[in-house]
Design a protein around this ligand. Structure first.
Ligand code: HEM
Length: 150
């Protein structure tokens, strides 16, 4: 497993742990009757679904999908690196903004949430663009035409 893929997976695990801790904290708040602030529910959702699941999927895809073809002018390892920083920083900034909203309820914190969300959005589109040509058959198509089932 190469360095960038390891970084994706480890970052995903850190966000997973953070999301679980936040989930547990919200559950305690609910049990005590104060209820979880909607911004915290959003922070938890984005930590677990984007920070953990999406980041993990990206890292595993960059690691395991077929290598780019020699004539592939679209796939770029540098974009995979940019993709990593956008999803990681975007998720972190959004988490900071949503947590701050739950504490202060200051309208300026929307700027942080919007900035984080924008970075996550761009990261998502970069991933779709970058990984697209790596979804290709490397031998399995030939075996499939011979009648083999997968
Ligand atoms: C992979 C793990 C998890 C995922 C993907 C996940 C995902 C979600 C999502 C999408 C929501 C929003 C649901 C809604 O809008 O009604 C949510 C809410 C919540 N989650 Fe999690 N969650 C995970 C683990 C946990 C754990 C381990 C806990 C507690 C220990 C927890 C506690 C909560 C609480 C308290 C809420 C707020 C529910 C509400 O206010 O209706 N979550 N979670």
């Amino acid at each position: 497993m190469f360095g960038l893929a390891r970084r994706y997976v480890k970052t995903a695990l850190v966000y997973f742990a953070l999301g679980l801790v936040l989930g547990a904290w919200m559950l305690v708040q609910q049990a005590l009757g104060s209820g979880a602030h909607p911004s915290l529910v959003s922070a938890h959702t984005h930590l677990t679904l984007i920070g953990f699941m999406v980041t993990l999927i990206m890292g595993i895809a960059y690691w395991m999908f077929p290598r780019p073809a020699k004539e592939d002018m679209r796939y770029s390892p540098s974009m995979a690196e940019v993709n990593y920083w956008l999803i990681t920083v975007g998720t972190g900034v959004r988490f900071a903004g949503e947590t701050a909203q739950a504490i202060h309820q200051h309208p300026a914190e929307w700027a942080l949430v919007m900035a984080g969300a924008a970075l996550q959005l761009i990261a998502g589109f970069i991933f779709v663009w970058n990984i697209w040509t790596r979804i290709r058959s490397v031998g399995s198509q030939i075996r499939e035409t011979r009648g083999e089932k997968f």
